[in-house]
Design a protein around this ligand. Structure first.
Ligand SMILES: [Zn+2]
Length: 414
């Protein structure tokens, strides 16, 4: 059974998939074409072999990303027009009772499970072949499996109650169910932000307070200068899984913790860590985090409103291969096909994010040294084998951070 909506969906899926592959190919071509020489901005700091390693790493990751795109598109087709969602719904046909909350939860959990299982081989390949080949992987198969089990359990414990509440509201709350679901969703997101650092992260990593010494003193002085209140400064054992480094905050209000990856602390000098942290503080002080939350809440309001309009339209289900409409099937279909319809908005979110990065850099240079931030970023680009020569269009589409050369050139003028 097909209708006009089927063709609209197929057109969106085809356009988004083709664009993803085309952008990937552009990226590979561009990176390969610039493999032979380090860009002028980095000529003093990054040796040619490191630049070439970054090019090869980027090409390998992009190839794998393109494979993921094709697998994802095939799975989306299989779940919808291929009838897999309908088949799963029928599979849970006798028990739990069709139309019940339990039936809906069983259907959605099965869809999640299928998606997870299909994505597993490429995740394994990414970790144990690509990351391994370029020397980034620190994960053992045992740790990978332990993580997988823990993540699944945490996901079930945190996700199933939400799923039940949402399905209950959809069934019982009348016309405006989507508004109540939105309120629940916003409250749930805030709750997660509170419990994530205190209860979830420690299941996966160890946190140790930063030792007394130059780094601690510098960070204390930086916090004093910027008037930032934090409930603790920790180093996280990120090196357990990967040698990529990072710094971030968790929590909010008075319970904000600053977390530095051990890989960052071991590779950067204290003044460089200070500059990186000043950048992160900039995101906080310029309200990027709060603005991001408000924006996400606004977007989810719009998305749930649209779902509220679609949910009782037979053409929505028929057009996507489902013959027995229901709330759970609607959720599964909607969130499966939505990314295909929204794909071409991606450059907007990336642009917004890159603007925030420039602002945080500017903040960092007024509270710490611009030169140290440049040195830190160059080290991180090299250590992470980040490409210095991305395809401009690929970068405009996807990159949350400005291209390396643009960012460094701008920092040097500050
Ligand atoms: Zn940033």
């Amino acid at each position: 059974m097909t209708n006009a909506f089927t063709w609209l969906f197929l057109a969106a899926l085809a356009a988004a998939t083709a664009a993803r592959i085309w952008l990937g190919q552009r990226q590979i071509r561009h990176v390969r074409a610039h493999r032979g020489a380090v860009p002028a901005t980095f000529a003093q700091a990054i040796p040619l072999p490191a630049h070439q390693k970054a090019a090869d790493y980027t090409v390998a990751k992009t190839h794998l990303g393109m494979l993921d795109v094709l697998i994802g598109a095939a799975l989306t087709l299989l779940l919808t027009l291929g009838g897999l969602i309908q088949w799963i719904s029928d599979l849970w046909g006798r028990w739990p009772e069709p139309g019940s909350i339990l039936h809906g939860a069983a259907l959605l959990l099965t869809v999640f499970f299928v998606q997870g299982a299909i994505g597993l081989p490429t995740t394994l390949y990414r970790t144990f072949v690509v990351e391994e080949r370029f020397g980034f992987n620190r994960m053992t198969l045992k740790l990978f499996l332990a993580d997988l089990v823990k993540q699944t359990l945490v996901g079930l414990v945190l996700g199933v109650p939400l799923l039940i509440v949402v399905l209950w509201l959809m069934g019982r709350a009348g016309e405006l169910w989507w508004l109540y679901v939105w309120l629940v969703w916003v409250a749930y997101s805030l709750l997660m932000m509170m419990i994530y650092p205190a209860f979830i992260l420690p299941l996966f990593n160890k946190f140790t307070p930063v030792e007394e010494g130059e780094l601690r003193a510098r960070i204390a002085a930086l916090l004093e200068r910027t008037g930032f209140k934090s409930s603790g400064l920790y180093v996280m054992d990120g090196s357990k899984r990967s040698s990529h480094g990072n710094a971030f905050f968790t929590g909010f209000g008075a319970a904000k913790r600053i977390v530095l990856f051990d890989t960052l602390v071991s590779r950067l000098q204290p003044p460089e860590v200070e500059a990186v942290l000043a950048h992160e503080l900039g995101h906080y002080k310029l309200h990027h985090i709060a603005k991001g939350m408000v924006l996400t809440a606004g977007v989810s309001f719009a998305i749930l409103f649209v779902l509220g309009q679609l949910i009782d339209k037979p053409w929505f289900y028929q057009g996507l291969g489902v013959t027995t409409p229901g709330n759970a099937a609607a959720l599964a279909l909607f969130f499966l096909v939505l990314p295909e319809f929204l794909f071409f908005l991606h450059p907007l979110t990336s642009l917004y994010s890159r603007k925030r990065e420039f602002e945080a850099d500017k903040y960092a240079t007024s509270h710490a040294s611009a030169g140290e931030l440049v040195r830190a970023l160059v080290k991180l680009y090299q250590d992470n084998a980040a490409t210095l020569t991305p395809d401009p269009l690929h970068s405009a589409f996807y990159d949350s951070h400005p291209p390396a050369a643009t960012r460094i050139d701008r920092l040097r003028t500050l």
